[in-house]
Write a protein that binds this ligand. Structure first.
Ligand code: CMP
Length: 359
């Protein structure tokens, strides 16, 4: 685009409506035209950011992880948030087509936009439109998930037949595996009710009872984990060492945490490998260690392991560890940490205060 065409193009953009021709020409002098080839990533989420970009030609994709948030067309701009907030980039940006951009350095942004009320209003309008659109998308996604959870609850109904079987099929009364399935159905119903209540913004108290964690682990070991494809299915051995006194905890919560951590440990190791669950008491805390001898956590992943949607598994969705951290820290006032040596194994450590006011 030659300078006259570029001036004409900028003139049509809301952000520049009130610029005089001289101002616009001076602004162009201080900005830089850059060509970006299709597929090139301009910056990643979390990078420091000092420039804003106006799209002159082509198409730009704003994305987080693998999710596209927005497509930016000619006349629109991006990269303003890092400058306005003085924070790292809020999302990653790549060219969807061969594109031409106008790069506006921080100093030029401050000179021409930050001090001009009309241009600030124009930027606010753009941001407000983005918030409105994002809220709509979020609301729609949320509703879809609610519909699915609601229908899953209904689809669980046939599992009430388990109790009928227990009563009517000879030899099944008191069967441990049947009891495990009945409990799993009940736990699933509770989680689904919680998810639906959360959607209605209802606060549901987590039931806390004084119980034996040793017994909870023994139950999982003898039933749910035996039939888990990544544990029983691969012949993973689980050894429990030590024991704990009874103390107050959410049995469903710790069941979710232990299952997540043990499944991760099993997936990290070889078939037939060993996982140790070490229970001990340290001062006023219960300490539970889940120790595996698997491939470990790569150094570059250590910082991100508790971030939403971060996963090192090809089919993972990166929410298991977030759920563990929430249950341990928010419900039990405890903490969850890990140590790992790549190639040697990983130990996750759960600390649960016996006397915290939890729930
Ligand atoms: P910045 O945070 O500097 O870098 C990433 C850019 O992506 C950000 O500025 C915005 O320009 C753009 N961006 C981030 N989130 C959204 C969104 N929800 N809708 C449209 N654009 C966005």
């Amino acid at each position: 685009m030659n300078p006259t065409e570029l001036l004409h193009f900028l003139n049509k953009i809301d952000l520049f409506h009130f610029f005089s021709s001289d101002e616009l020409a001076a602004f162009l002098e201080k900005s830089r035209e850059v060509q970006v080839a299709k597929g090139v990533v301009l910056f990643h989420e979390g990078d420091p950011g000092q420039d804003m970009y106006i799209v002159v030609r082509g198409m730009i994709k704003v994305f987080r992880d693998n999710r596209v948030i927005h497509l930016i067309k000619p006349g629109d701009y991006f990269g303003e948030m890092a400058i306005i907030e003085n924070q790292p980039r809020s999302a990653s940006v790549a060219a969807l087509e061969d594109s031409i951009l106008l790069q506006v350095p921080l100093a030029v942004f401050q000179e021409y936009f930050s001090r001009q009320p009309k241009s600030l209003v124009s930027i606010m309008r753009t941001l407000s439109q983005r918030v409105r659109r994002d809220l709509e998308i979020l609301g729609h996604d949320y509703e879809q998930i609610n519909i699915m959870v609601h229908d899953m609850k209904n689809l669980l109904t046939p599992f009430h037949l388990l109790e009928v079987m227990e009563r009517t099929v000879p030899g099944l009364a008191g069967n441990r595996y049947l009891a495990c399935m009945v409990k799993a159905r009940g736990d699933l119903l509770i989680l689904m009710e919680n998810a639906l209540a959360q959607a209605r913004r209802l606060q549901i108290a987590t039931p806390i009872h004084t119980d034996s964690l040793d017994r909870l682990i023994a139950d999982l070991l003898e039933s749910a984990w035996v039939v888990h494809p990544d544990i029983g299915g691969r012949g993973i051995r689980i050894e429990v060492t030590g024991s704990l006194p009874e103390f107050p905890f959410s049995s469903l919560g710790l069941c979710r945490v232990l299952s997540n951590l043990v499944v991760n440990a099993a997936q990290a190791g070889e078939a037939g490998g060993l996982i140790t669950i070490a229970l001990s008491r340290e001062d006023d805390e219960a300490v539970v260690k889940i120790i595996d001898q698997g491939h470990g956590i790569p150094d570059e992943a250590r910082e991100k392991i508790f971030q939403p949607h971060f996963t090192t598994k090809s089919d993972g969705n990166g929410i298991g560890l977030i759920s563990c951290k929430q249950i341990i820290e928010e419900t039990h006032c405890g903490n969850l940490t890990f140590e790992s040596t790549p190639g040697r194994g990983t130990t996750f450590t759960i600390r649960l205060p016996f006397s915290a006011r939890i729930g």
